[in-house]
Design a binder for this molecule. Structure first.
Ligand SMILES: Nc1ncnc2c1ncn2[C@@H]1O[C@H](COP(=O)(O)OP(=O)(O)OP(=O)(O)O)[C@@H](O)[C@H]1O
Ligand SMILES: [Mg+2]
Length: 252
């Protein structure tokens, strides 16, 4: 008998995607339920495209993505849109709504997804703003925020639903080292508490690897490594070794 898939498991099978050139080349990867998975690799190696494929925003040319055993791209579009609501997502470019206040930006997923009172919405938003060390920013507009502040509002919005699956694309880019480490620690603590499945892309490898359970490395659209954090740190694959340890000498 086939046992049902664990809730929250993400299974990527043979995913390929080309734009002008090949961006993802037969990527296969399983992110076990309740895992914080770090996705690393040089610039333009396909990390953001892979995350967008997992949320169903980019349709691969070949291969499948299944979440909880459900094949995303076999669903009718309307069902996929509904399914996608269980994902928290932080885009690399933040993608805040410029015409909405900070409050309305963070409240957006709550209002779409949950039946809660306006008082509860206020409390949830205030809690997220405290979490990212920006209490009292409710009425500000995104245009009046610094890059790092926008990033933190993006983190607040991505986490407000306490979604069982969360994908973060560079959650700490552009933040000072202390704020960065705080964000990584908070996201890890929340992931543990909720036993969520998380994929996190970050170029800040030193900090990223303090919070990951497993790590995957993309290089020119291929997954060249998938293993535990310790295995990544001790890998003798020349590409992985050079990238993880930030060495100047090597094949990259
Ligand atoms: N919508 C698109 N149309 C055309 N090309 C795209 C599109 N999205 C991504 N690409 C190309 O795919 C490649 C991989 O892009 P991707 O954004 O996944 O890189 P990345 O690994 O996230 O890099 P970085 O670390 O710089 O964020 C790049 O060459 C990029 O130009
Ligand atoms: Mg990217």
């Amino acid at each position: 008998m086939v046992s049902p898939p664990e809730a929250g498991v993400i299974e990527i099978q043979g995913v390929s995607k080309a734009f002008a050139s090949q961006v993802l080349d037969r990527v296969s990867l399983t992110v076990p339920s309740g895992t914080l998975y770090g996705l690393i690799g040089p610039g333009a190696s396909g990390k953001s495209v892979l995350l967008k494929t997992v949320t169903g925003l980019i349709r691969p040319d070949a291969g499948t993505v299944a979440v909880d055993g459900q094949d995303l791209f076999a669903m009718p579009e309307i069902e996929l849109q509904r399914f996608r609501l269980q994902f928290g997502m932080l885009f690399q470019n933040n993608a805040l709504f410029d015409h909405l206040t900070v409050f309305d930006n963070i409240a957006f997923p709550i209002r779409r997804m949950m039946s809660v009172t306006e008082d509860q919405v206020r409390e949830m938003v205030a809690d997220r703003l405290r979490m990212v060390s920006m209490p009292g920013f409710e009425d500000r507009m995104p245009a009046g925020l610094s890059g790092g502040q926008k990033k933190r509002i993006g983190v607040a919005r991505a986490t407000v639903m306490k979604a069982p699956i969360v994908l973060y694309d560079e959650p700490a880019a552009g933040l000072d080292p202390v704020t960065s480490q705080k964000i990584f620690d908070l996201l890890r603590a929340e992931q543990r508490q909720a036993n969520a499945t998380v994929i996190m892309v970050s170029s800040d490898l030193d900090r990223l690897l303090t919070v990951t359970d497993r790590v995957g490395m993309l290089y020119r659209g291929r997954l060249i490594f998938d293993g535990t954090t310790d295995e990544a740190k001790t890998s003798d694959d020349p590409y992985v070794r050079q990238f993880v340890h930030g060495l100047v000498e090597g094949p990259l």
